[in-house]
Write a protein that binds this ligand. Structure first.
Ligand code: LRH
Ligand code: MN
Ligand code: MN
Length: 426
């Protein structure tokens, strides 16, 4: 199923007057404050976020999975789902594949389909956290860090195979996330685990095409509950430095212990030119993979403040690979992703409103109160008309979620795919 522009434009008629009133009011207010609204609109429109192929089915917990109706049963259908998100929002112009959950069969056909939906292929993700069908070796006791060199070799080869798959699709980066670690104190020697991991990553890195990047994702715990080899940004940063200039740290918002100052991590990594990718989600407790901005929207805004600062001031840091890494087991996954996309754009737009010059001057005067006021003034601005206007200018929907419902997208998907279709891969 593909949404066409006419359906979106017809929908927009319903919201047009209201939207114009809201946008005119906001842009006047912003212009009175000296903001360049057109510049902000352009930045919002240019901000594209990849959708992971694994977020399109209703996810689950280890205790159970409640499938949602009309889930995409093949990679083709997943790409169609991302196409629907992109047609409505014009901000989901990329898809990120997890291998072997989503291995293309016919590469040309998949590339054509992605193109027809206005999508490119973002980072490819390797998977050495599960045993694969017919694999010779098991990852029960780790993959790239395993004490057994045959297991490490198998995991290295898998990553190289994933690079080859990504290359055929036009991807330009590999994301490595390792579940490796220990469940019990004394189970593993920390140093030998780290040494093996570094050596394995270097072997993968040596097979990276010239114009590719490697992202090293960290996470403090889960599935191992005593120690994780790449547990924090420092370990990832160290490994990225050891590999070389095409290796970077990837920050996943859910991969921090409670109250970690993620905005400071982002800032440090950008200063050092080593922030490569970003996984958006939100959480209350751990790696909850909740809808972006649903629990801690102010924290997200503070993170975006550092990202915006870094994008403007740290030319040593490359363009970032943005991706949503969220999934929920009771919501319609497409509705969940529409909400996440909106929350990301909202935090970004608010951060763009921060007057950096004024903030710097207030910081230099140690006017702490004013510093806070400057941030909060931006945060308290309702930027939704800006997001809607950026979408209108790109041919998207004024109100994506509303239109998704009134166009009865899920109902059509159920008709096509059946009530019981279950997302492939997971
Ligand atoms: C690990 C993770 C990582 C995986 C994805 C499925 O928690 O964030 O990015 O590849 O989830
Ligand atoms: Mn992630
Ligand atoms: Mn995660």
């Amino acid at each position: 199923m593909q949404l066409n522009i006419d359906q979106v434009l017809t929908e927009n008629k319903k919201f047009k007057t209201n939207h114009s009133d809201n946008f005119d009011f906001l842009s006047k207010q912003l212009e009175n404050k000296g903001k360049n609204v057109n510049n902000i609109l352009k930045k919002i429109a240019d901000f594209q976020v990849a959708i992971p192929s694994w977020a399109l089915g209703a996810g689950g917990t280890r205790f159970g999975r409640f499938g949602f109706f009309g889930e995409p049963a093949s990679l083709e259908q997943k790409i169609e789902d991302v196409g629907i998100l992109h047609a409505l929002t014009k901000t989901a112009g990329a898809v990120s594949l997890h291998i072997p959950w989503d291995i293309p069969q016919d590469y040309n056909a998949i590339k054509e389909l992605a193109k027809a939906n206005g999508l490119v292929f973002d980072a490819v993700n390797s998977n050495t956290f599960q045993d694969q069908k017919n694999a010779k070796e098991s990852y029960r006791f780790g993959s790239l860090s395993n004490l057994n060199s045959s297991v490490r070799d198998q995991a290295i080869q898998h990553n190289i195979d994933v690079i080859k798959i990504g290359n055929k699709l036009g991807s330009k980066s590999l994301t490595v996330w390792l579940a490796d670690g220990a469940n019990f104190a004394g189970q593993r020697n920390f140093q030998s685990s780290l040494i093996h991991t570094e050596d394995s990553l270097k072997s993968i890195y040596s097979e990276l095409p010239e114009d590719w990047k490697m992202f090293i994702e960290y996470k403090p715990y889960e599935p191992n509950f005593y120690s994780t080899v790449i547990q924090d940004w420092g370990t990832s940063f160290m490994l990225a430095n050891a590999c070389g200039e095409k290796a970077y740290t990837l920050v996943d918002l859910g991969h921090h212990l409670p109250n970690t100052n993620i905005e400071q991590i982002v800032s440090t990594l950008m200063l050092k030119g080593k922030l490569g990718g970003f996984h958006f989600n939100d959480s209350k407790y751990g790696d909850d993979d909740s809808t972006v901005g649903s629990v801690k929207p102010y924290a997200l805004f503070l993170i975006f403040n550092e990202l915006v600062y870094g994008m403007a001031n740290n030319s040593q840091n490359p363009d970032l690979a943005w991706m949503i890494d969220a999934s929920h087991n009771i919501k319609d996954p497409l509705e969940d992703l529409l909400q996440s996309l909106e929350a990301i754009q909202e935090a970004y737009a608010k951060a763009l409103l921060i007057d950096q010059e004024e903030l710097k001057a207030a910081q230099e005067r140690n006017d702490v109160t004013l510093c806070q006021e400057i941030l909060q003034d931006a945060y308290r601005t309702d930027v939704r008309p800006l997001l809607a206007q950026a979408r209108v200018l790109s041919g998207g929907a004024i109100d994506p979620l509303n239109s998704y419902r009134s166009l009865k997208v899920r109902e059509s998907l159920i008709k096509q795919r059946g009530v019981n279709s279950i997302a492939s891969g997971l």
